[in-house]
Design a protein around this ligand. Structure first.
Ligand code: BES
Ligand code: MN
Ligand code: ZN
Length: 510
């Protein structure tokens, strides 16, 4: 009996925990810790309590900074040991002021990365000397630190796991900062962690139904959320031949996960977020080459970002109506798989000739965006997907590919990218891109001659988007998975899109 209870508890807790770093805020109190972080800007002067720290060291800190010849650019760090009375003082450069929201996150991330991992001691960051227009600046710094202190080490042996760090952010408005962090930004961090966990998990553990169950667990006690899961039977009813087709080669059936969040006071039309959830992309019968194929475990990053954004927005109770539509399938080669040359009929009725079974993302999106529009009549639709190698080659790590039908919307999205810290760059959609996907035997085909791949992928999705609907297409194939650390993320999946879409919701852009 005990064993059974224990087993159930293990399942309960292992499924729904997202271990987050312990972040607290306090008023400035230099005695609280001897592991200090201070900021310095390009004027190379220590201001506010950082100058008090310098005084306590009899001016040794500033002298050490000058002697180290460190260039003080945004996110640069230098640690000094044994400056009595402190064990360790880490100086983080902030570059030129005033600092933006994403720069605050960057310096928070840089700060925590410079401190010892698994520190049993509490790390104190002094934030009272920054120049910025951003309200609750110290909360955004804390968020940056929390984003950086992410570890996916559940498959490592116990003593190789990293404990989340303990962090105290010191400022003159610690109560306000606590409220902002606990009531808002911590939820955003949680959403990002969820997205990263999903993209980091091996395909063996995250197949469509497993994705659904994880998400359901995390939304269990959140208000105003309704979750609907379409299984094969319902997909057949809706004639979602594209999603069914992509999923049919796998022993794991496809799913369509729908997360509805009704947080607005009225029943205004929701914003729809649609994310590609290929839980593993082998390419199918058009099999990928083996080098690097393992990274296709993260071909659900778009889906993961939508789930993460929904979690962040719903947990903080934002007054907005939002719906997340997440098509999930595993793209496998097998005797049941679709073949190149096959024709699939989508929910919209449009038929698609399959040129490559490896161009599967646009297929599952075709049915998902149709479903989102028919069922929810959204005011705007954003779809996000690790869609094309072409976007990787064009834009790499720096920008996600952005396609819209309207230049004003494109500019809004570019601004949003700069504010959120997740940048986007426009790619074209030309009438010729639609000519390229004309098929001799079906309404369209799923890929063109090759170039320009990212635009062709967008053209396929566009075929399923109502002409008058504000539409944002994000190709994140290049941006989500990082080979090296950045200020706000360790290498691996960065949960790209949660900050971007969250900012879009915050500003309620339509
Ligand atoms: N999931 C891939 C795109 C991708 C590539 C994501 C690299 C992340 C990193 C997508 O399903 C794919 O295979 N796209 C093909 C389409 C082609 C066959 C028309 C591509 O871009 O090569
Ligand atoms: Mn593919
Ligand atoms: Zn794919």
């Amino acid at each position: 009996m005990n064993k059974i209870i224990g087993f159930c508890l293990t399942i309960l807790f292992s499924a729904s925990t997202l271990a987050m770093p312990d972040v607290k805020f306090s008023d400035v109190d230099l005695k609280q810790s001897n592991q200090l972080v201070v900021f310095i800007d390009s004027t190379e002067e220590l201001k506010g309590s950082a100058s008090t720290v310098n005084k306590h060291t009899n001016g040794q800190l500033l002298a050490a900074i000058k002697a180290s010849n460190a260039t003080i650019k945004l996110g640069s760090t230098k640690t000094f040991y044994g400056l009595t009375p402190y064990n360790q003082v880490t100086v983080v450069g902030t570059g030129k002021s005033p600092l933006t929201q994403s720069q605050l996150q960057d310096i928070g991330g840089a700060a925590i990365a410079a401190m010892p991992a698994n520190g049993k001691t509490v790390i104190s960051i002094l934030t009272d000397n920054l120049t910025t227009q951003v309200t609750d600046a110290e909360s955004w710094i804390a968020m940056g630190a929390a984003m950086r202190d992410y570890h996916f080490d559940k498959y490592k042996k116990a003593d190789a796991k990293t404990e989340p760090r303990k962090l105290v952010v010191q400022s003159n408005e610690s109560q306000k900062a606590t409220a902002k962090y606990q009531g808002d930004l911590a939820h955003l961090v949680k959403g990002i962690y969820l997205a990263r966990d999903m993209a980091s998990e091996p395909g063996k553990s995250i197949y469509p139904q497993a994705f659904v169950e994880r998400v359901e667990d995390l939304f269990d006690d959140i208000k105003n959320v309704d979750i609907d899961v379409l299984k094969v039977k319902q997909m057949k009813k809706y004639k979602m031949g594209a999603l069914l087709g992509v999923g049919q080669g796998s022993i794991h059936d496809p799913r369509m996960l729908v997360i509805e969040y009704n947080g607005a006071d009225d029943d205004s039309a929701p914003i729809a977020l649609v994310g590609k959830g290929i839980t593993f992309d082998t390419g199918g019968i058009s099999l990928k080459k083996n080098t690097g194929m393992w990274a296709m475990k993260s071909d659900l990053s778009g889906a993961a970002a939508v789930a993460g954004t929904m979690l962040a927005v719903a947990s903080r109770g934002e007054k907005v109506n939002l719906v997340g539509v997440i098509p999930l399938a595993e793209n496998m080669p097998s005797q049941d798989a679709i073949r190149p040359g096959d024709v699939l009929t989508t929910m919209q009725g449009t038929t698609i000739e399959i040129m490559s079974t490896d161009a599967e993302g646009r297929l599952i999106l075709a049915d998902a965006v149709r479903y989102a529009q028919d069922k929810y009549k959204p005011s705007m639709l954003v779809n996000i997907a690790t869609l094309t190698g072409s976007a990787v080659r064009a834009l790499s790590d720096e920008y996600a590919g952005l396609v819209t039908r309207d230049w004003a919307l494109t500019q809004k999205m570019m601004d949003l990218g700069e504010i959120s810290g997740e940048s986007v760059w426009p790619l074209p959609l030309h009438p010729n891109h639609f000519t390229q996907i004309e098929s001799p035997i079906a309404d369209i085909k799923n890929s063109g001659a090759g170039n320009p791949g990212a635009s062709i992928g967008a053209a396929v999705v566009a075929t399923f988007i109502d002409k008058d609907l504000p539409w944002v297409h994000l190709d994140i194939a290049g941006v989500d998975w990082l080979e090296t650390d950045i200020n706000v993320a360790p290498k691996g999946s960065q949960g790209w899109g949660v900050r971007f879409m969250d900012q879009l919701v915050r500003e309620n852009i339509k």
